[in-house]
Design a protein around this ligand. Structure first.
Ligand code: SAH
Length: 538
């Protein structure tokens, strides 16, 4: 008699396309197949002509015992579980029955556990990408696990901001568990936390609901549903539930709190909580690595312990609750044309920014501030009251003006201010500068900005589409001379509207101008190719 074998097969969510090759192979290769009735029906086409042992749902132990018995009689047996057999499936049970009999792998029947796509994965794939970060599965069935323990786990997972996949969330008789779970989760998570309900993933009656923690119980949840609770960063986009790979978020003016873009996330400063503290690593190879320094309280406590032998009392129940940080970024300047800041304003700005905030001096006539806060409006209000001009950063318009010879050549100022008022901070496909110079000297270099406006003899000269980088860098093209002041703002608004409407995402203004050739009647001129020169010394 040949030795028998048990395959413990996870066949995935239900359809054949999502079953692994090895799972199919094992089932086809088996003399008999043992499983819960519904599962047998799902794989019916693979099991024709085989001995079948169908059992009810609660007869798991007898299924395992039957498998062992048959294998001991020399048969190849597949015990099938939905999803992965190692997760709330039959794998552990088969081992338990074998262990009871004193089975050892070397002498006894062989066992092969075949992994499958578990509900957390199949359901997540149908929702989008909600399980991108640390996640856990919790079964709400208190059939074999005390309810107290399940609640403790739900609470722990909620506090630690795990993405949670709830298996066995509800059945005909078990209806209170999911309500209690929602209550616990709401104590630690935002009611608006995205929640996906997936019923019968990849089966005939597949049904998907995307809701939130607050409203999740208003939808049908049953035995075949997996409930996926997002973490603090999970969001919906275009009907998809997505958890970004990383925690730091950012506010910019005029936009809701948003996750960092993937490239921003790679920067060290995007991880202020990390061991490196978000600071640049300065490696000094001459110094041996030191153990991490204690803070002064820890040092004092250790000293106290050495003297008295008494460990300091720790405040009870100090379980850290995860708090997400958000970085607020914005631009601040003394005004469109005003370039002077007084000491009081500077001191106030420093106070608002705080020790951890950061300021960078930019090429666009503003300071860019970046600080951690959950109250961006309070900050901007305070600074505005103190006379600062606040603008958003990112892909927006910056109006850069000269200082109008310290305000002496003031005729153009109202137009610069009106442009700031109408266009400053407006979202555009790619960040753009509108340079505004108050006289024909143009000493602030407006012609090197995306749009250059120069006030000269009571009218405006207009330059469009400077390209300041690359081998074919060039200034803005002169497209209009002597534009009358009453036309300026309207013309600019129309140009920007067209760019906003027809520009491709991330398309710089000069590229846009070249692509569409004509903006509001202003014609693009082909730029001359750089002339290759012979190097006389060669
Ligand atoms: N071993 C299985 C889990 C069995 S417990 C696995 O790894 O997926 C049964 C629970 O699994 C169900 O209550 C439901 O929450 C989840 N589940 C299993 N298959 C599912 C499917 N196709 N769609 C949605 N949820 C499923």
């Amino acid at each position: 008699m040949t030795a028998g074998k048990i395959f413990v097969v996870g066949f995935g969510p239900g359809d054949e396309a999502h079953m692994t090759h090895r799972a199919k192979e094992a089932i086809v290769d088996s003399d008999s197949v043992i499983g819960y009735k519904t599962y047998m029906d799902l794989v019916s086409h693979l099991i024709q002509g085989k001995e079948l042992v169908r059992t009810g749902m609660t007869e798991e132990v007898s299924r395992a015992q039957e498998a062992v018995k048959q294998a001991e009689n020399g048969k190849k047996v597949s015990v099938i579980s939905s999803g992965d057999a190692g997760l709330y499936g039959m794998a552990g049970l088969v081992y338990e029955v074998l262990i009871e009999k004193g089975w050892k792998e070397d002498e006894g029947i062989s066992v092969e556990i075949i992994p499958g796509v578990s509900a957390i994965n199949s359901c997540a794939s149908l929702l989008g990408a909600p399980v991108m970060h640390d996640a856990c599965t919790i079964s709400l069935s208190d059939h074999l696990t005390p309810w107290e323990l399940i609640m403790t786990r739900v609470e722990a997972a909620a506090k630690a901001d795990f993405i949670i996949a709830l298996y066995n969330p509800k059945s005909g008789k078990r209806t209170r568990q999911i309500e209690e779970t929602q209550r616990i989760l709401l104590e630690h998570r935002d009611p608006k936390t995205p929640v996906g309900l997936v019923k019968s993933a990849f089966r005939e009656r597949q049904h998907i609901v995307m809701t939130d923690l607050e409203h999740m119980l208003e939808y049908e949840i049953g035995m075949l549903t997996t409930v996926i609770i997002g973490n603090n960063s999970t969001f919906y986009y275009d009907g998809k539930m997505i958890t970004p790979r990383g925690y730091q978020r950012k506010y910019t003016l005029g936009e809701e709190k948003q996750p960092l873009k993937p490239a921003q996330r790679l920067k060290r400063e995007a991880e202020p909580w990390a061991m490196h503290g978000g600071k640049d690593e300065k490696v000094d190879s001459s110094v041996n690595p030191k153990p991490s320094p204690m803070n002064s309280v820890e040092l004092a406590e250790e000293a106290l312990f050495a003297v008295t032998g008494e460990a300091p009392e720790k405040p009870a129940n100090e379980s850290p609750i995860f708090k997400q940080t958000a970085v607020f970024e914005f631009a601040v300047s003394p005004g469109v044309w005003n370039k002077k800041v007084n000491a009081k304003q500077l001191a106030f700005l420093a106070e608002v920014i705080g020790e951890k905030g950061e300021v960078s001096y930019t090429t666009s006539h503003y300071l860019q501030v970046s600080l951690e806060t959950d109250e961006p409006q309070t900050i901007t209000r305070k600074l505005e009251q103190d006379g600062w001009l606040i603008s958003p950063v990112g892909d927006v318009i910056h109006v850069k003006a000269c200082d109008f010879c310290d305000g002496e050549k003031k005729d153009g100022i109202p137009y610069a201010e009106e442009l700031q008022d109408k266009l400053g901070g407006l979202k555009v496909p790619k960040v753009m500068n509108i340079g505004f110079n108050g006289c024909g000297m143009a000493c602030y270099g407006a012609v090197t900005d995306d749009i250059g406006i120069i006030y000269r003899r009571g009218a405006f000269d207009l330059f469009l589409g400077a390209k300041t980088t690359g081998r074919n860098a060039h200034t803005g093209q002169p497209v209009a001379e002597g534009l009358s002041p009453d036309k300026l703002v309207e013309t600019m608004v129309n140009v920007i509207e067209e760019y906003r409407e027809k520009g491709l995402p991330n398309e710089r203004f000069h590229k846009f101008f070249k692509r569409i050739q004509n903006i509001q009647g202003f014609q693009y001129q082909e730029m001359p190719e750089p002339v290759k020169v012979d190097n006389p010394c060669e």
